[in-house]
Design a binder for this molecule. Structure first.
Ligand SMILES: [Zn+2]
Length: 226
C-alpha cells in the first residue's frame, strides 16, 4: 500500500528498490535490471519450459523471460501489470525480451506473434490484456506482425491458481477459436502468455491453432512458475 502511494507520488522511482531513476532508465534502475532473474531459456535447448510442454503440442522452441519468485522482482512486475494496469510496462518488457530472443538465428525465423486472448468480458473488466501488450513489445522489437486478432477466447474461465493440474486442463479445454486461419497459414508463430505454470492454457490455445492452421509454433511468456 505504501509502495503504491510512493509510486503514485513519485512515478520515476525504480519499481523494485524505490531509488530514483535516471533519464535513460524506465521502471527499473540499471542495478535491478541486471539482477532480473532471467531464465536465459532462449539460449538453452531442452529448457524447463520446453520440458513442461513436451508431448502436449508440437512446437519448435519454448522460453520464458523471467523466473517467478515469490515476493521478488518478477512478482512485483506482474502485480504492476495485473492490478495497476501498467500497459506500457508490459510493452517495455516485451521490447526488452525481443533483444534477447533475437540473439539466436533460429528465433529470427519467427514470422508473427499471437497473444493468448482474454475473454471480452474480462478484457472489459481489466482494461487491457497484459499478454497482448507484452506481445506488442516483442513484435516491435523483432519487427514482425502481431496477429493476435486471429484467435479469440470464446469462453470465460475461472482463475487457474487454486486448481489442480487436471482441473486446470478441464477449465481451459475448447475455450479458444481461430477466427482467421488464413493470415496464420504457413507462418512460424510465437504464441505468448503472461505466466506459464502447468502450460494448460498454452496447450489448449496451441492445439486449437494447430488443428486449423498449417503453421509452426513457438512459445514464450513473461514468467515461468514451475
Ligand atoms: Zn532498482
Amino acid at each position: 500500500m505504501l509502495q503504491h502511494l510512493l509510486h503514485l507520488l513519485y512515478p520515476n522511482l525504480c519499481l523494485n528498490c524505490n531509488q530514483s531513476l535516471v533519464q535513460t532508465e524506465r521502471y527499473l534502475c540499471l542495478g535491478c535490471q541486471i539482477t532480473l532473474p532471467e531464465t536465459n531459456d532462449h539460449l538453452i535447448k531442452e529448457n524447463s519450459v520446453e520440458k513442461t510442454m513436451w508431448g502436449r503440442i508440437p512446437f519448435e522452441r519454448a522460453f520464458s523471460f523471467l523466473y517467478f519468485n515469490q515476493k521478488g522482482v518478477t512478482q512485483r512486475l506482474l502485480h504492476e501489470l495485473k492490478y495497476r494496469g501498467n500497459e506500457d510496462l508490459a510493452h517495455y518488457l516485451g521490447e526488452l525480451y525481443a533483444l534477447r530472443i533475437k540473439q539466436t538465428a533460429q528465433n529470427q525465423k519467427i514470422d508473427a506473434i499471437v497473444a493468448i486472448p482474454l475473454h471480452p468480458s474480462k478484457l472489459k473488466k481489466r482494461g487491457y490484456n497484459q499478454s497482448f501488450a507484452f506481445a506488442e513489445g516483442i513484435a516491435k522489437g523483432l519487427n514482425i506482425e502481431n496477429l493476435s486478432g486471429a484467435v479469440s477466447r470464446i469462453k470465460a474461465t475461472d482463475t487457474q491458481t487454486k486448481k489442480s493440474r487436471s482441473e486446470r486442463w478441464k477449465n481451459v479445454s475448447s475455450i479458444f477459436c481461430v477466427t482467421n486461419s488464413e493470415i496464420l497459414n504457413q507462418k512460424h508463430i510465437l504464441l505468448v502468455d503472461d505466466v506459464i505454470t502447468t502450460g494448460a492454457t498454452i496447450e489448449s490455445c496451441g492445439q486449437e491453432i494447430i488443428k486449423t492452421v498449417n503453421c509452426t509454433l513457438s512459445i514464450a511468456s513473461i514468467a515461468f512458475a514451475a
